[in-house]
Design a protein around this ligand. Structure first.
Ligand code: ADQ
Length: 470
């Protein structure tokens, strides 16, 4: 683990806590788990939007990190979050899977809210005895490095982008590209999931900002300020998922699922309901498969677990309707009288044990996004399968960050090619047992080697080195 000399202040859109039936607790994602030992070592604080009507406490029992909420009005949430972040940046940075909306009002609110986050962070920083290391997360806060640099010129500042960084010709479409690029360039270190995203950023800066020199992984501004750029693939807590794979609760869930799907091969999809995840294309491939190979009807089942997401945004509400129409059409066409439906669709979040049981059950896991920064579902699947001695197949889109790490051990697909994807689904069923086991084992090893602790270490090391200069 990285030895830090300073406290750490994380600034992210969301606070890392959730409220359950038994009160507040730290959220279950890998980022929070990986941050825990670091924050316990050096102390720290987290600044984020408080979207709970009753407010977030300053501390929760199981996480020794001070929480500093930023309250936003409805109009601010609308312009900054639903608008600029999720309807302008998100589609633009995901290769225009849908058309980004350019709205000056949303941009102004985004800039104002970034200033609100800077004010909140400044208050936290000023309360600390030692100047902290600042670590800003994601596309909601791209102006923040510059806003904080002006107030704290000597603080080490890092930024990590959780989504892809697009090529310069897409960045160029943004009327506010200068402000966003300059916002980021004030950091000491900028982290991306893959070398491609990092290179896209460097090329965008070279083409769109004057006076910047690219020297390998370092960008040098006209005033001499240097920025380290790193490719650090985010990951999961692999040991935690490996343990979950064979827990009593998981085994219990799995027994029930095995009974339910007995005699059938199971294809699985687990995604946030987002148009980038390729859910509609996947369903269309399934429909083609069942159309082309009538003998598979009744022999295969498709389970799609879709976690509700951004349903305040028009495109997401429309996607839900489209997905539900497709599921209805496929089941209407291919359900035989007296038999189960071919597609099982769940629009909800499921508990981790149930998720692990589905990962174990799956003969073929379909992770087929049209574009995805990384994709943690693929990493969770191979880790759970290997730990439990299962031998499923991972079908993986070539357009997600994870594809770079798994190489040919996954069945790589182009999700835009609906017909091709349906042929690959058949191919996946034909891979022999030894081959499947070997592939799962190698992919799981890769996840263990580069888990989320390694990601935190690499990021923090780069921020430290970046702030120390050449
Ligand atoms: P996401 O787009 O949310 O993350 P992903 O990386 O797949 O995508 O993470 C989703 C998480 O949600 C996984 O941990 C998964 O287990 C969980 N999940 C999904 N469906 C669920 C369900 N129905 N019930 C319960 N849990 C569910 C963004 C980027 C990604 C990047 C991550 C991290 O879009 O590319 O990998 O951030 O940087």
């Amino acid at each position: 683990m990285q030895q830090l000399e300073r406290p750490l202040v994380v600034i992210a859109n969301r606070l890392p806590v959730s409220r359950g039936p038994e009160g507040w607790h730290a959220s279950s994602g890998g980022l929070v788990t990986a941050m825990r030992p670091v924050i316990e070592q050096v102390g720290g604080a987290w600044v984020g939007w408080d979207d709970d009507p009753e407010g977030v406490p300053r501390r929760v029992d199981d996480f020794s990190c001070d929480l500093f909420p930023v309250s936003l009005s409805q109009a601010e949430v609308q312009g900054y979050y639903h608008g600029f972040a999720n309807r302008t940046i998100w589609p633009l940075f995901h290769d225009l899977v849908v058309e980004p909306v350019i709205d000056r009002g949303w941009w102004r609110t985004y800039a104002e809210v970034n200033n609100r986050f800077a004010d909140a962070a400044a208050q936290v920083i000023e309360e600390l005895d030692t100047p902290p290391m600042l670590w800003i997360q994601d596309y909601h806060l791209m102006l923040l490095p510059e806003l904080l640099r002006r107030r704290f010129p000597a603080s080490p500042i890092g930024f990590f982008l959780h989504i892809p960084f697009p090529p310069p010709e897409l960045v160029a479409r943004l009327p506010w590209r200068d402000q966003l690029l300059h916002g980021l360039l004030a950091a000491d270190s900028l982290g991306f999931h893959t070398p491609r995203y990092r290179d896209n950023f460097a090329s965008s800066v070279q083409q769109l900002v004057s006076g910047v020199t690219v020297m390998g992984d370092t960008l040098v501004m006209a005033d001499g300020h240097q920025i380290r750029t790193g490719a650090h693939p985010i990951s999961i807590d692999a040991d935690e998922f490996a343990t979950l794979a064979t827990s009593e609760a998981t085994e219990h869930e799995l027994d029930e699922l095995k009974e339910q799907f007995s005699g059938r091969k199971v294809f699985l999809g687990v995604d946030r309901l987002d148009y980038t995840k390729g859910i509609r294309h996947r369903l269309q491939s399934i429909e083609l498969l069942l159309e082309r190979r009538p003998e598979l009807r009744g022999e295969v089942a498709f389970v799609q677990i879709a976690v509700p997401s951004r349903d305040d945004v028009k495109e997401y509400r429309e996607l839900r309707q489209q997905v539900e129409r497709e599921v209805g059409r496929i089941n209407g066409r291919f359900t035989e009288p007296g038999h189960d439906v071919p597609v099982h669709y769940f629009y909800r979040s499921v508990p981790r044990e149930a998720l692990a049981a589905y990962y174990r059950l799956a003969d073929v896991m379909c992770v087929t996004p049209l574009k995805d920064g990384m994709n943690l579902v693929a990493k969770e699947f191979v880790t759970v399968q290997a730990a439990a001695g299962e031998a499923g197949v991972l079908m993986l889109s070539e357009f997600c960050g994870t594809a770079i790490e798994f190489g040919d051990d996954a069945v790589r697909c182009n999700p835009f090619d609906v017909e091709g994807q349906s042929y690959l689904m058949e191919t996946a069923l034909q891979i022999d047992d030894d081959d499947r086991r070997g592939r799962i084992a190698r992919m799981a090893d890769a996840v263990h080697e580069r888990d989320v602790y390694r990601w935190v270490d690499d990021e923090l090391a780069d921020i430290r080195r970046g702030s120390e200069g050449p």
